[in-house]
Design a protein around this ligand. Structure first.
Ligand code: FIX
Ligand code: ZN
Length: 433
């Protein structure tokens, strides 16, 4: 391909694509952030950023103290240790460390001052509402999907009270304990007033459905979700399979909700690291294939944690239109893997996938996760449009905007059968003729 020929305006094309990616609104379809009315559950500020479990795992590459001693420290002391190891004694090169730099820089702070107390003071001046607006604007995020667990005591207290919902935060009903640990979860359902025994007989399955219905209503959940270990199989004689068939899938069909499967997480590989101690394994995607094939009336969202699963996942999505793949999850949320995975998805699926979710646990994360993702995805898209242009296809700006929006929320909304953006975008979107 000769990109130097005069009629080939590839520089203009590059600028146009980069602009569309920079300006596109985003639906962040999976995070661990909360509606501000849920108080202390919404984490923000420099200390929370520094004790993020991504950074803890990296900090412990250097910290020599026994794990138990570290966990006994106050949060501020833990943050100081991480700061010292990852930002003072070493250059912050990892993706999660660079993320902190991007956040500080975007907020107008100077990371090279290396002044943790000054950073703390700066964050303390914010009230959560104003800070949320600022972070969402900087990230270009239109809507944040939470992860909401009816098994989490801290959350339950808020749901019991109820509040006027912040429209920017949408709920997703998280079901890991129900599907993966029925033995210990049955008593919790019983405590909430559901007539369940441990045996998964018809009556119990009906009560689980009642539980799902009621929590879907309370939370106003937009989808149902679960993370699955690498050894999850379907069909099988497991409790998980029985609850899926007898309760979760019928519930999703009845309420027209997709079920999101996050596949390939091996929990507590090193329990001493707590939240930072989870690992990855190659998932058996034939389980997903069987679910998509056996339940054409259900819709599945899916992401895989292992790099080795990515190609097979794309091919599955080509086969099943009730499957929508999303995100570069956790250990794949690094520029080199986002680049590889996004290019593969574009080449195999066109625009019918959701390129990324942030998985933010701390509010400010949305700034770096989306800024970094936009950079990587823009570079991949420039190459793709240049390839199309070299074959004589030159898109308009509107077409590029339309395409980019597909990757950042449009395809997801199409899959859900709803539409909130761009019509409902908070600020008018610059759609030049
Ligand atoms: O299961 C999940 O939703 C994971 O994303 C989390 O458990 C994980 O700790 C995380 O924060 C990954 O980014
Ligand atoms: Zn998550």
């Amino acid at each position: 391909m000769n990109l130097d020929r005069p009629e080939f305006k590839w520089q203009a094309l590059k600028k146009m694509v980069e602009r569309a990616v920079r300006q596109s609104p985003i639906l962040d379809i999976h995070t661990h952030l909360y509606d501000p009315a849920m108080g202390e559950l919404l984490l923000w500020g420099i200390d929370e950023m520094l004790v993020y479990h991504y950074l803890l795992a990296e900090g412990f590459r250097h910290i020599q103290m026994p794990y138990e001693n570290f966990w006994r420290l106050r949060k501020e002391e833990q943050a100081e240790l991480i700061w010292k190891e990852l930002f003072i004694e070493h250059s912050p090169v990892s993706e999660a460390c660079r993320g902190v730099l991007t956040i500080l820089h975007s907020l107008g702070l100077d990371p090279k001052e290396k002044d943790l107390p000054a950073l703390r003071n700066w964050f303390q001046q914010w009230d959560p509402q104003a800070h949320i607006t600022r972070c969402m604007e900087l990230a270009g995020v239109h809507r944040i999907y939470m992860t909401n667990s009816p098994f989490d005591a801290a959350e339950l207290a808020y749901w019991a009270k109820g509040w006027a919902r912040d429209e920017r935060f949408a709920a997703a009903l998280r079901l890991d304990p129900l599907l993966l640990d029925w033995h210990n979860t049955a008593p919790q359902l019983a405590e909430q007033g559901y007539d369940v025994g441990e045996g998964l007989v018809e009556k119990t399955l009906q009560e689980i459905r009642r539980f799902l219905n009621e929590w879907t209503d309370i939370m106003e959940a937009h989808y149902v979700m679960v993370s699955l270990p690498p050894n999850f199989t379907y069909p099988s004689a497991s409790d998980a399979a029985a609850i899926l068939e007898g309760a979760v899938l019928p519930h999703c069909r009845e309420r027209n909700l997709p079920l999101a499967l996050m596949m390939g997480v091996e929990r507590a590989v090193n329990p001493a690291l707590r939240l930072a101690g989870d690992g990855v394994g190659r998932a058996d995607l034939s389980a997903l294939k069987n679910l998509c094939a056996d339940f054409p009336g259900n819709r599945f969202l899916a992401t895989a944690l292992s790099r080795e699963n990515q190609h097979e996942l794309c091919v599955l999505a080509r086969k099943f239109r009730n499957l929508h793949i999303f995100g570069c999850w956790w250990f794949t949320n690094t520029p080199s893997l986002i680049d590889e995975i996004t290019r593969m998805r574009l080449e195999l699926l066109g625009w019918s996938f959701t390129a990324q979710h942030s998985d933010a646990r701390v509010l400010e994360h949305i700034i770096y996760k989306w800024q970094h993702t936009r950079e990587t995805i823009a570079a991949a898209l420039v190459d793709k449009y240049v390839d199309m242009a070299a074959a004589g296809w030159e898109p308009t700006f509107k077409e590029v905007q339309r395409d980019v929006w597909q990757l950042f929320g449009g395809a997801f909304e199409e899959f859900l059968g709803v539409r909130t953006v761009p019509e409902a975008a908070p600020d008018p979107i610059d759609w030049p003729e």
